[in-house]
Design a protein around this ligand. Structure first.
Ligand code: SF4
Length: 242
């Protein structure tokens, strides 16, 4: 049995998901894709909402973390806490050793500050290639992306075809949620969260490429703050790039 769907009807899926709440969207995805579904969990606030909704509906459902090797200590602490809270482990994908050694040898450990090209080269080794392995054989993957997070996400649909990963379906069940919706859910359900959020980090990625933002600043302005807003995607969620 192949787990990869052919020619997904994303227009129909978007109509369906648009009529449902976020828990309903997740329930639909679990029923529709079964073992073909996985969730990319970065352990940010939105992803903790999705993780909690998934665990309430299908404990032990497939989900994975991309451990770039440069995550914050607070994120590793949250992963440990989430393992205890949900009583489960998380599939983990790390950069391939040879590619990482070559990156460090040729460009140095902090090459991401040199140019957009250099930063994307680091993301390619530490995030994009591991993501490809995590999604191999899947028919759908889920994210915690929201439209209000960034200018690059303003048109985010509930479902889209992910051409970069074999035309599988990418699902964004929180696409229409506000930041307030996220935090109301986390507080109401006692969901573990990253300690960095309380120190002004709305968006949490790798430690050298994430910083706190001032109240009222764009939520993604703390990611790769030395680059223009329209460049701030790492290749995991690039849209309109095929
Ligand atoms: S976010 Fe920064 S450290 Fe992490 S993979 Fe991308 S460039 Fe490298």
């Amino acid at each position: 049995m192949t787990l990869v769907a052919s020619h997904p009807d994303v227009a129909g899926i978007n109509r369906k998901l648009g009529s449902l709440s976020a828990p309903g969207r997740i329930a639909w995805a679990i029923a529709e894709y079964g073992a073909g579904l996985t969730f990319a969990c970065s352990f940010g606030a939105e992803d903790m909402v999705v993780l909690d909704l998934l665990e309430r509906q299908r404990p032990g459902v497939s989900l994975f973390v991309l451990d770039t090797g440069r995550l914050h200590e607070e994120t590793y602490a949250l992963i440990e806490e989430a393992r205890r809270h949900y009583g489960r482990s998380f599939e983990t994908y790390a950069p391939q050793t040879v590619a990482l050694e070559r990156l460090l040898w040729e460009r140095g450990p902090n090459s991401f500050h040199q140019s957009v090209e250099a930063r994307k080269a680091c993301c390619a080794v530490r995030k994009v290639e591991p993501l490809s392995r995590a999604l191999a054989g899947r028919s759908a993957w889920m994210t915690g992306l929201r439209r209000a997070q960034a200018v690059t996400r303003a048109e985010l649909p509930f479902a889209e075809v992910d051409d970069a990963h074999g035309g599988i379906v990418k699902l964004n069940p929180l696409a229409d949620w506000s930041e307030g919706d996220v935090w109301a859910y986390l507080r109401a359900h006692g969901v573990p969260r990253n300690a960095l959020h309380d120190r002004g980090f709305p968006s949490i990625g790798c430690e050298p490429c994430t910083r706190a933002v001032a109240p009222g600043e764009d939520l993604r302005s703390g990611r790769w703050w030395w680059e223009a807003p329209e460049q701030k995607e790492c290749g995991l969620h690039a849209r309109g790039e095929g």
